[in-house]
Ligand binder design. Structure first.
Ligand SMILES: Cc1cc2nc3c(=O)[nH]c(=O)nc-3n(C[C@H](O)[C@H](O)[C@H](O)COP(=O)(O)OP(=O)(O)OC[C@H]3O[C@@H](n4cnc5c(N)ncnc54)[C@H](O)[C@@H]3O)c2cc1C
Length: 450
């Protein structure tokens, strides 16, 4: 613990707000956190945007920085690959990496948020205030105005208030924020445990790719799975058009027959559970003097790369590193944070949208699998140069913008090499070596600019 620094006010005690509160307290700041909802450790409320989440290396690194990872480790369910449930009933398992050991981890959002709140409270430098929805922020007077019209002054303000951030509305004019709707919505369903056991392969992320729509499923520690159905807003099947129990049942029997058999209460769940919206938020400004946005407030993304929270935790880690310096100029640190993170937030936003196309459609294509296999083969042959893009995002902390750039070059190389290939044994090794040397190696230094 360091000497006491300035006071920091955080709006939002979700995933990033509660983690950052602990980090800042750890380096001597007095932290006040205002959260709109009730204390989820006492009230029975939903934790927010999804029931469970995939945690990967960036998020883990941030949690380890303040020794919280050890507390959640036993609640994580590792997922070592994708299990694809194809329309013809076949099942195809695709490990995330060739060694089969690299995993992403499914975790209950609510449990994680509660652990983060406990950790923040334990530090003694953090004051958590629940049922305190912020209505607006007056940046000039440094005031937070709450829904009940009460006002609190602040010295430094961090907006961790998610997708509809109130602080963002004060920092940016409406023409400085672009909210791009995906055009697809989602609904969660629960597949319960049977005889205390999992009804699908436990250590995998399950995907039912169906082109315009898809179903995915992540395991929970209690033996259940949380399934998420994604449907377009327009088309044959939408959450609006599936408006009777019979239509829902028919839709599942036709397109997800195996799931229909496992969910006896499918129709009840379908009509009881809400429809969620998906959009990407790109804000041109995240900072104004001593106020800054982090996490979804700054850069909400669609969930198809499992990176929204991981990216938000990476934000927290960078701010923690910048603000822990002695005699820090907070406004300058906030600006440095924006300059460093903005290109990376934009890149992961693009990659997340692209990954939707991959998950719901491309995974059904034989060429896609050949390219994946070739990518792993090239990784073995050129371990310093060729790291498959999925791995760069999920298992490394390579900046997202670098992963995106290198991923594009690698994808062109894979397209070129697989033009005349049907099997890995058809690989033209000389061509591969030339392409890597001429097109990828010159960009290798990008990997070390972190
Ligand atoms: C279906 C789905 C699945 C996802 N899966 C994954 C995944 O597998 N992996 C991953 O990394 N990410 C995933 N994400 C993304 C992830 O949920 C978000 O990126 C993450 O929650 C961002 O954290 P945050 O703290 O910035 O915002 P939030 O978690 O949204 O927290 C914001 C907090 O601020 C509070 N708040 C809001 N407005 C106010 C206000 N005016 N005043 C006071 N408090 C306020 C809210 O109540 C909330 O507690 C998924 C998202 C969705 C929708």
């Amino acid at each position: 613990m360091q000497t006491c620094k300035e006071e920091v006010t955080i709006i939002g005690a979700g995933l990033s707000g509660s983690l950052l509160a602990t980090m800042l307290s750890d380096v001597g700041y007095q932290v006040k956190v205002y959260e709109a909802r009730a204390d989820m450790r006492k009230a029975n409320i939903s934790a927010g945007r999804s029931i469970n989440l995939a945690l990967s290396s960036r998020g883990i690194k941030a949690l380890k920085a303040i020794n919280i990872f050890a507390e959640i480790e036993s609640s994580l369910v590792p997922m070592y690959g994708r299990e694809l449930h194809l329309s013809d009933g076949t099942i195809k398992y695709q490990p995330y990496t060739k060694n089969g050991h690299d995993a992403i981890y499914s975790m209950s959002r609510g449990e994680l948020n509660k652990i983060l709140l406990d950790a923040a409270e334990k530090t003694k430098n953090v004051e958590l205030k629940f049922n305190s929805p912020c209505r607006e922020v007056n940046l000039e007077n440094k005031e937070i105005i709450f829904a009940d019209n009460s006002i609190e002054k602040f010295t430094n303000c961090i907006g961790a208030d998610g997708f509809n951030s109130a602080l963002r509305k004060s920092i940016c004019d409406s023409n400085e924020v672009n909210v791009e709707k995906l055009g697809h919505q989602y609904k969660e369903l629960t597949l319960p445990a049977k005889n205390n056991d999992y009804q699908l392969k436990k250590n995998a992320l399950h995907i039912w790719p169906r082109g315009e729509y898809m179903l995915i499923s992540l395991p929970n520690a209690d033996g259940s799975f949380t399934m998420t159905l994604f449907l377009p807003e327009q088309g044959d099947y939408t959450f609006t058009s599936l408006n009777t129990k019979a239509l829902v049942k028919d839709f599942f029997i036709k397109h997800f027959a195996d799931v229909a058999k496992l969910l006896p209460d499918l129709e009840e769940q379908f009509f009881a559970n809400p429809v969620g919206e998906l959009a990407t938020v790109r804000a041109e400004k995240w900072q104004q003097e001593k106020s800054v946005l982090i996490g979804d407030a700054a850069h909400a993304i669609v969930p198809f790369h499992g990176q929204g929270m991981n990216c938000a935790f990476e934000d927290c880690l960078l701010l923690y590193q910048l603000l822990k310096k002695e005699n820090v100029d907070v406004a300058q640190a906030f600006n440095e944070f924006f300059v460093k993170r903005k290109p990376n937030a934009d890149a992961i936003a693009d990659l997340a949208i692209e990954n939707y196309e991959e998950m719901r459609s491309k995974v059904r294509d034989e060429k896609f699998h050949l390219k994946k296999e070739l990518a792993w083969h090239l990784k073995e042959l050129y371990p310093q140069d060729f790291i498959p893009r999925y791995s760069m995002v999920m298992f490394y902390e390579i900046p997202y913008s670098v992963a995106k750039k290198l991923g594009e070059i690698q994808n062109n190389i894979l397209d070129h090499l697989t033009e005349k290939m049907n099997f890995i044994s058809d690989l033209d090794y000389r061509l591969a070596s030339n392409l890597i040397e001429n097109e990828l190696t010159p960009h290798r230094k990008l990997l070390w600019i972190m």
